[in-house]
Design a protein around this ligand. Structure first.
Ligand code: ATP
Length: 218
């Protein structure tokens, strides 16, 4: 469902990703780990279509992203992807229900599922609350509900439990995994946390050599 084909990306003459190829299987939850600065977030941004490779291509369902104009890329992102990124954090001036409903609104879909998703992440009855009334773990659960509400085929998460205590991180990741598996979505999670990565089906290490399956699971 997702393929990287000889993807390269440089910043100011410094090569971050060099001819990276990888095929992600449908329905798989993959963690990507690797040293700081190796290009994990860069890769996630390229997959999200938030940035473009210098050469090579990202293919979604066999469709090269480079063949899409901005509008088509935006539509693809909105309908087929869900994001748990710091940059797309829960919006403070919207209620929890409005936050979760946002992807539905952008896809002209019925908003009814927003309440269902809030209930699914354990926030039933909190729909009229505002983000400032939430704990960090509750906020991440809202982000998960929003990322999954429109049944995306691909969920992208960048350090989804970075600022949470270990117990809360554990329950947030259990929830993320359960929701991904229930919906049959594929997911790619960038993380430095071995505990978080252990929740995935497989762990890939990004290095100068490319994306390589972690031999011993961690
Ligand atoms: N917009 C940009 N402009 C210039 N350089 C950038 C840009 N984005 C990333 N870089 C550089 O590309 C390299 C890879 O950054 P990236 O954030 O992808 O790494 P990472 O593996 O996610 O690191 P970390 O684990 O520390 O978050 C870094 O050297 C970074 O400084």
């Amino acid at each position: 469902m997702l393929e990287l084909r000889e993807v390269s990306k440089s910043y100011g003459g410094r090569t971050v990703l060099a001819s990276l190829s990888h095929r992600f299987a449908a329905g798989e939850f993959v963690a990507i780990m690797g040293e700081s600065g190796v290009g994990k977030s860069t890769l996630l941004n390229l997959i999200a279509g938030l940035d473009a490779p210098d050469s090579g291509d990202v293919l979604v369902d066999g469709q090269p992203m480079s063949a899409l104009d901005d509008d088509a890329a935006t539509r693809l992102r909105r309908s087929r992807m869900g994001f748990i990124f710091q940059a797309f954090h829960v919006l403070p001036h919207l209620t929890l229900r409005q936050n979760v409903a946002l992807p539905l609104l952008l896809n002209n879909a019925s908003l009814a599922r927003a309440g269902e998703m809030l209930a699914a992440v354990g926030l039933d009855g909190r729909g009229d609350d505002f983000p400032r009334q939430l704990s960090g773990g509750e906020m991440q659960r809202v982000a998960i509900a929003r990322a999954l509400v429109h049944r995306p085929a691909l969920v992208l998460a960048d350090e989804p439990t970075g600022n949470l205590d270990p117990d809360t991180a554990h329950s947030v990741l259990e929830l993320l995994r359960a929701e991904i598996k229930a919906s049959g979505a594929s997911a790619i999670m960038v993380t430095h946390s071995h505990a978080a990565a252990a929740k995935a089906d497989k762990i890939l290490i990004l290095s100068r050599a490319g994306l390589i399956l972690s031999p011993n699971g961690l």
